[in-house]
Ligand binder design. Structure first.
Ligand code: GRF
Length: 208
């Protein structure tokens, strides 16, 4: 059984999608813990209801980013994870943290990376007049919202879209591509070669 730790900051809908897929599809894995940097994160209640260890490491309790990162890493390591999943985790993690979990740290970002890293993705997509957008699951590197791409989804940007309508369309695809990506990881079906991720069985890494 592989062990998964999921980090959240808020709603936790991607975390929910992964927890549900793990149970419904009988993955050879268990979500060992959900950790949030915010005690108010709505997703913590869902995790607790499911009997998953739900913890908080509040970034405001630490004088520096490095101290927060170290405390967070210790909280994660207590669950001996094979995989750490960032699911709407809204803190930038330092290079030491990233190095410690390198190769077993995944993130999802609501754009077609490498376009639109960072915040306010959907607003910037609309302002730029892009006709497509999507989401990206990638391995985390020290470079924010970069790193080898596991899977992407693509959705149209419609003429009357608002930030909310576009976000909702993208989010629906996030809930599909993140569980698939995690499933591949825990079944050892991902290989990184020269910075490019290959699904070892040749499964489609694009959802359209
Ligand atoms: C998602 O859009 C994710 O891509 C981004 O933050 C949002 C988190 O949503 N990083 P949720 O907490 O998973 O519902």
């Amino acid at each position: 059984m592989k062990r998964i730790v999921i980090l959240i900051s808020g709603r936790g809908s991607n975390m929910e999608a992964i927890v549900r897929s793990c149970a419904e599809q009988a993955w050879p894995a268990t979500v060992a813990a959900v950790v949030s940097n915010r005690s108010q994160a709505a997703g913590l209640a869902f995790a607790a209801e499911r009997g998953i260890a739900a913890g908080v490491v509040d970034h405001r309790a630490f004088a520096s980013r490095a101290e927060f990162d170290a405390a967070l890493a210790a909280a994660i390591d207590a669950h001996a994870p094979d995989l750490v999943v960032l699911a709407g985790f809204m803190r930038i993690l330092g290079p030491e943290f990233v190095r410690r979990f390198e190769g077993r740290l995944l993130n999802i970002h609501p754009s077609l990376l490498p376009a639109f890293p960072g915040l306010h993705t959907h607003r910037r997509v609309l302002e730029t007049g892009c006709k497509v957008s999507g989401a990206t699951v990638h391995f985390v590197t020290a470079d924010l919202d970069h790193g080898p791409i596991v899977m992407q989804s693509v959705v149209p940007v419609l003429p009357d879209d608002t930030e909310d309508s576009l976000a909702a369309r993208v989010l629906a695809t996030e809930h599909r591509i993140y569980p698939i990506s995690v499933d591949w990881f825990i079944r050892d079906r991902l290989r990184i070669q020269h910075g490019v991720v290959q699904q070892t069985e040749g499964a489609a890494q694009l959802l359209r």
